[in-house]
Design a protein. Structure first.
Length: 236
């Protein structure tokens, strides 16, 4: 694995132990995991961060807001998270660049594929913010789409709620649910397993992009996933 896209949800930056939208010690933990993982030579890492800890477009739409407007709010939330992550990763000594799909010159670079790849080649962690810049998506889909665009080898989806992979049933409800070590995209689709948005799943399938779902909050797990160890579930 050389070039990797890591998707992490906005909620991974929060913590049940604090009232803050972004919990400093949780972000520090994630930054340490990322900066530590980057010490492996030859690894290029791009992060797509969500915004669900701040706003989800669907929430506003359900309350009667215009969907596109509400989704813009969600995308702006991802930018806030990206800046928090940037700050924390840099405090651990690793250079980063935030690239936004929505122009905001004073805040982040615009997303330009060739420039993103150049940053990666130079060893910078690239944080993709504002999703794809289009409403009606969640950040799962830009994680897959950006991965294809920058020719990443795999998408790693880090989970944070204790569900450490793909199960045949919801393990939070059914204690005898069984985790798959490996599963095909066709099986995920046929069984309607909600591991990632279906748009992202079909995109990965169509573009032959493998996907690993794993528990990002277990110390050392990101490194293990990057080393190709069988953590969580591999979908391909
Ligand atoms: N969003 C969007 N287009 C994108 C990516 C995100 O409109 O390409 C909006 C959408 O409203 C979404 C919100 O940004 O609900 C936050 O992203 P997401 O729900 O994926 O966050 P996560 O669940 O990963 O924290």
């Amino acid at each position: 694995m050389r070039r990797v896209v890591l998707k992490l949800s906005g909620e991974a930056l929060a913590s049940p132990a604090s009232d803050e939208t972004i919990d400093a010690s949780t972000v520090d933990f994630l930054a340490r995991e990322i900066a530590g993982a980057m010490q492996r030579g030859g690894l290029e890492l791009a992060v797509v961060v969500g915004g669900g800890n701040i706003w989800r477009g669907a929430t506003g739409a359900m309350a009667g807001m215009n969907r596109a407007n509400s989704d813009l709010m969600g995308m702006l939330g991802t930018v806030i998270n990206a800046l928090a992550l940037q700050d924390a990763i840099e405090s651990h000594g690793r250079a980063t660049r935030v690239m936004s799909a929505i122009s905001m010159d004073q805040v982040a670079e615009p997303y330009i594929r060739r420039r993103a790849v150049r940053h990666l080649e130079k060893g910078r962690v690239v944080i993709f913010a504002a999703g794809m810049g289009n409403p009606y998506f969640t950040t799962d889909t830009p994680a897959a789409q950006r991965a294809a665009e920058i020719e990443a080898d795999i998408v790693l989806k880090g989970t944070h709620g204790g569900v450490d992979g793909v199960y045949d049933d919801d393990p939070r409800v059914n204690a005898s649910a069984v985790r798959f070590d490996e599963i095909s995209f066709d099986q995920v689709i046929a069984r309607d397993l909600r591991v990632m948005d279906m748009t992202a799943i079909t995109f990965c399938k169509d573009n032959r992009l493998p996907l690993r779902i794993f528990d990002l909050m277990a110390p050392g797990n990101l490194g293990r996933a990057l080393d190709g160890h069988a953590v969580g579930t591999l979908v391909q």
